[in-house]
Write a protein that binds this ligand. Structure first.
Ligand SMILES: [Zn+2]
Length: 406
């Protein structure tokens, strides 16, 4: 009898241990599992089985094993200066049309075929910037680069990062499992504004985070400071959500922090500054990348929010929390680190009642970053049933054609 109880207890313990990280994570935003891969737009026939690379791995966070394999696989990059780019040609010939740009040292390519004439057929996302020689912003391209310019390098075996444009979340993988998620803002190209900036769309793809001593990016004109900047694609960095300085020198994140979880930057990836319950924030992330045991660079992959991808909508009975004594935020944790001890534990209410009084005025907490309201998630899903917001070349072509008409 005692043995049966012990076995039962053990099973309960094992079961709860296995489901704990998933529980934390579901309270943020997660993509619905999908078969769509980063090579979704590839017209290349795949002879044989798809490989384990970023390019052929479905954008499905639920398959931790496949994601971890993809994040720890070696990467093929261009062996040129980390701040320079080279042209991807339409034919194995330097006089053929340039169809895309490839950044040195950090940007990965999918090798399709090594020809015996000194050229390699590749596919990748074109990382054109506004001043690049070939302007094909964030477009998936298949073309040719000189074989002698490519090299394959090992990557870090302890950490890997997925940025999902669909959910606007960073997912940190550690030693084979999904460790935590943080809210981000990727690039915004202002599709409805008069002055559209398609080159601000963050370029999807597979990258290495190159640790440089950049520290903070400071824009003197606007007073914007972006701490803990880590380079992943020449002028594109992953860094803390920007702040300005108050008169007393303290940091003021207003205007930037509230829009985490939606597109907002000029191409960089802004990451939440506040430490979540698992103890992670951009400063912690930057420190662990800097102090990584294995000296190889950490891989960072960016998932395109292609048409057909959808986010999970939490069940109505998913618990949320608030402070009934005047709290203005809703939380994903009953012991959120942002709340003074005397107000803990917070009061539970179900996600399904978030739009009813007294919860309808609450805003999401920037520390524990709970799920957005159902209407917000349903709008994301509606948009992605009908379009691929990150595919900005049609926007750019419209601008160019408009100018030509004048
Ligand atoms: Zn909170």
């Amino acid at each position: 009898m005692r043995r049966i109880t012990a076995v039962l207890l053990l099973m309960i313990l094992l079961f709860s241990a296995a489901s704990a990280p998933a529980e934390d994570f579901l309270l943020g935003v997660a993509p619905e599992p999908s078969d769509i891969t980063p090579s979704f737009r590839s017209e290349e026939p795949r002879d044989g089985e798809p490989d384990d690379s970023y390019w052929d791995t479905p954008m499905n966070l639920d398959d931790e094993e496949a994601i971890w394999k993809m994040l720890t696989l070696p990467i093929t990059v261009a062996d040129i200066d980390m701040n320079k780019q080279m042209v991807i040609y339409s034919q194995p010939d330097e006089s053929s049309e340039g169809i895309g740009m490839l950044t040195g040292q950090s940007q990965g390519v999918h090798v399709l075929e090594t020809l015996d004439n000194g050229w390699t057929k590749i596919e990748t996302y074109s990382t054109s910037f506004h001043d690049s020689k070939v302007k094909n912003f964030n477009a998936f391209v298949t073309g040719y680069v000189p074989t002698k310019k490519l090299k394959t390098v090992e990557v870090n075996q302890n950490y890997g990062i997925v940025i999902d444009k669909l959910t606007q979340r960073l997912y940190l993988f550690k030693d084979g499992h999904l460790e935590t998620s943080l809210a981000v803002s990727t690039g915004k190209y202002n599709p409805s504004a008069k002055k559209q900036q398609p080159y601000n769309e963050t370029r999807s793809g597979e990258y290495l985070i190159i640790y440089t001593k950049t520290g903070a990016l400071i824009d003197d004109e606007s007073g914007m400071v972006c701490n803990y900047a880590l380079k992943f694609n020449a002028a594109d960095y992953i860094h803390e959500v920007p702040h300005r300085k108050n008169n007393d020198g303290s940091k003021n994140y207003r205007g930037f922090e509230e829009i985490l979880g939606s597109r907002a930057s000029h191409g960089c990836i802004r990451v939440q500054a506040k430490q979540n319950r698992a103890g992670y924030s951009m400063s912690v992330l930057s420190n662990l990348i800097k102090k990584r045991q294995d000296k190889n660079c950490v891989k960072l992959v960016i998932w395109e929010d292609y048409q057909g991808r959808q986010v999970k909508i939490p069940d109505d009975d998913t618990p949320l929390y608030y402070n009934p004594k005047g709290g203005s935020k809703y939380h994903s944790q009953d012991n959120c680190v942002n709340i003074k001890k005397r107000y803990l534990p917070l009061t539970e209410f179900p996600y399904g009642e978030l739009d009813e009084a007294p919860y309808n005025k609450l805003t999401p907490c920037p520390y524990c970053v709970p799920s957005p309201r159902k209407a917000v998630l349903e709008e994301i899903n509606k948009v992605h049933m009908e379009s691929s917001p990150g595919e900005v070349m049609s926007v750019y072509n419209e601008i160019i054609n408009g100018k030509k008409k004048k």
